[in-house]
Design a binder for this molecule. Structure first.
Ligand code: SPV
Ligand code: MG
Length: 439
């Protein structure tokens, strides 16, 4: 092989989730010009813009390293090429010309500016007709996912270091919404990375109170239908977890289905929802007994990636920060992979205090929060205080009810349906939003 050490450095940034001849074309152009260094987007870089790649970083790296013409693969930690370009100062950057227009154009402009600093050159390879990564992605997602890939994907999101945003889903239709919603926010695209199956909304849609009345088996059966039409990871609200012997079975069942985590709360006796007005609706479990339940669940889990998350009610019950912290450390020592800290206050102060103090001695364990009452809190603030997962725990159900009521009232008021049409989804949209309804 010719000595390439003196050849110009050619930088090519890519995700390389689905390798196709369009990407090979780009690499082939690169190797004609010098030593090809691929800046491979990490999961974190990708997730600022797109759903997580199918293949993990290490797998994508191995594939690329085995492609003729690729001399080196380095991580590109951000969607923006510039930080890597500043480090490498490559003579040449190669990219498909599909980024000259549209949302990627600002990143192209930044590359052009950066290259000017050291007289580098941008070569744009004509877009290969007939291959479109977004189209491949849509087709792949249409095929669904496997239990294993789905289960692991929550950990992958956490490993990316980004805040993981989770939305409550109480039906497969909500699941489709969670799957597909995406909103441009600043220089990235915001999505929900995962789904929360809430005891509150699972009970409410059945017209039942949130008191562990809807049995675990029927809640789990509903997950099967949800999984048929979605690919994102799921966190299950396991209430108190029940008896430790029962909890072990719940863990196994969820894990087998492909759920990524269960959260259980340190309550005992008749369970009541934590957000009920007034104090004393529930009793907190003894710290050692609850830690033991976590340990039983951890032992039952067959995979490392399935997460057991202990939820602490100390702030809800007003028993103090010290108690909350002591419980957090005890639950982690018992094997909890994460801690959910809950609060009923309208401001996030006590949540911030808990997170800051917990992080003083535990930089790693996943922290989960549910800002229903302190909805003023911004995701950027949660990130500053070391939160890893934010669960919007009941919003799709709460949003749907006023809309349904308004439609019903309109029909009753007007003696016909026409006035309600404006607030209803057009029927053709309803039909076309479900995959395979329209060919
Ligand atoms: C749920 O969504 O069922 C929860 C969160 O457990 S909360 O309702 O705030 O207790
Ligand atoms: Mg609940």
């Amino acid at each position: 092989m010719a000595d390439k050490s003196k050849a110009p450095t050619v930088y090519i940034g890519m995700t390389a989730d689905i390798m196709h001849h369009g990407l090979i074309n780009v690499i082939e152009v690169g190797r004609k010009h010098g030593r090809v260094v691929i800046g491979l987007m990490t999961d974190g870089a990708v997730s600022r813009y797109k759903p997580l790649p199918y293949l993990e970083y290490e797998h994508r790296r191995r594939i690329l390293e085995n492609i003729v013409g690729v001399d080196e693969v380095i991580p590109q930690e951000e969607w923006d090429f510039v930080p890597n370009l500043q480090k490498l100062k490559p003579e040449i950057v190669i990219h498909g010309d599909d980024w000259c227009e549209g949302p990627q154009k600002v990143y192209r402009d930044r590359v052009v500016d950066a290259l000017r600093e050291w007289d580098g050159e941008l070569i744009e390879v004509p877009y290969t007709q007939g291959v479109s990564t977004p189209r491949f992605n849509t087709q792949l997602r249409g095929l669904g996912t496997t239990s294993e890939i789905r289960r692991q994907s929550l950990r992958r999101h956490l490993d990316s270091g980004e805040l993981v945003r989770v939305i409550e889903v109480h039906s497969p239709l909500c699941g489709l919404l969670a799957e597909n919603l995406a909103v441009e926010r600043g220089d990235s695209v915001a999505r929900f990375e995962g789904m929360w199956v809430s005891s509150l909304t699972d009970s409410t849609v059945r017209g039942k109170p949130d008191i562990e009345l809807v049995d675990t088996s029927s809640r789990i059966a509903a997950i099967d239908a949800l999984f048929e039409v979605t690919t994102k990871p799921l966190i299950f609200d396991g209430d108190t977890g029940g008896l430790p012997e029962h909890f072990a079975f719940t863990v196994r069942t969820l894990e087998r289905l492909g759920a990524s985590a269960i959260i259980i709360e340190d309550k005992t006796g008749p369970k009541r929802n934590s957000l009920l007005d007034g104090d004393g609706h529930h009793i907190q479990e003894d710290i050692d007994l609850f830690a033991e339940k976590i340990a039983v669940g951890r032992k039952a889990a067959l995979t490392e990636e399935f997460m057991i998350i202990g939820r602490i009610e100390s702030l809800i019950l007003g028993v103090g920060m010290e108690d909350a912290l002591a419980r957090a450390h005890a639950y982690v020592a018992a094997g909890a992979n994460g801690i959910m800290i809950h609060s009923r206050r309208k401001t996030p102060d006590e949540i911030f205090e808990f997170c800051d103090k917990f992080r003083e001695t535990d930089p790693d364990t996943t922290i989960v929060v549910v800002p229903t009452q302190y909805s003023v809190v911004r995701e950027s603030e949660l990130i500053e205080h070391g939160v890893n997962i934010v669960i919007y725990a009941n919003h799709l159900l709460r949003a749907s009810f006023p809309a349904m009521r308004a439609a019903g009232e309109s029909i009753l008021r007007n003696g016909r349906a026409m006035e309600a049409d404006d607030i209803c989804l057009p029927v053709d949209e309803l039909l076309s939003m479900i995959p395979n309804t329209v060919s």
